[in-house]
Design a protein around this ligand. Structure first.
Ligand code: IMP
Ligand code: MG
Length: 196
């Protein structure tokens, strides 16, 4: 991955114009993903973990992470209906796409793009735990510690984020900005609260 070069930030035109500040460059993200992959490879040595992600935000991270893991892995995805914050606060999310395989006896690693309040993840972890995995751990690229409402043990974490809305590397604002290879703050004039 050291030889991989994305276009420079300004090449992303209207998207880069919406970003006020780059928080993590493509190179910083790639370097951290390699470290996370190495740690996971060590910890899961001799097993065949199942990595589970929630669409769509996690897909670039998942794609890079699995290629940084050297033990055999399987990958599966779930999709949840987009929800209002009030339904989320009740700890409820509706599954739009479920996993393809049962989890009993599997070593499951739940992979997230960003843990914000943690409400979505808390619901999903309860749901997955009920399916009887041999182990269930969490790997997140980003966490917003100041926003956390429920306690969730995080076993692997890339970076902390400030309590601000960020875009790029899979994270969207109204479905755009996912293709930025870096992560940055969205300009306040672009961002309308409640419309994310
Ligand atoms: P929560 O942890 O249940 O509050 O929700 C986490 C989800 O909200 C993440 O998986 C993202 O899809 C989304 N999210 C949270 N913060 C951001 C952000 O700063 N930018 C884009 N999406 C975000
Ligand atoms: Mg997500």
């Amino acid at each position: 991955m050291a030889d991989l070069h994305y276009p420079p930030p300004e090449a992303y035109g209207v998207l880069s114009e919406g970003v006020s500040q780059i928080l993590f460059s493509a190179e910083e993200i790639q370097a951290r993903v390699l470290e996370l992959g190495a740690a996971i490879s060590r910890d899961y040595n001799g097993t065949r973990p199942l990595l589970i992600g929630v669409l769509k935000g996690v897909f670039p991270f998942m794609a890079d992470l699995i290629r940084a893991i050297t033990v055999p892995v399987e990958v599966d995805f779930m999709a949840i209906a987009s929800y209002s914050s009030s339904t989320r606060e009740q700890g409820f999310v509706r599954l739009q796409k479920d996993l393809e395989e049962p989890l009993n006896g599997r070593h499951v690693l739940f992979v997230e793009d960003v843990i914000d309040t943690g409400l979505t993840l808390s619901y999903l972890l309860r749901n997955l735990k009920a399916r009887g995995p041999a182990s269930l751990h969490v790997c997140t690229l980003f966490e917003k510690p100041q926003r956390r409402l429920v306690n969730i043990p995080i076993h692997y974490k890339g970076f902390d984020l400030p309590d601000k809305f960020v875009v790029g590397y899979g994270l969207d604002y109204r479905e755009l900005y996912r293709n930025l290879p870096y992560v940055g703050l969205l300009k306040p004039e672009v961002f309308t609260p409640g419309n994310s």
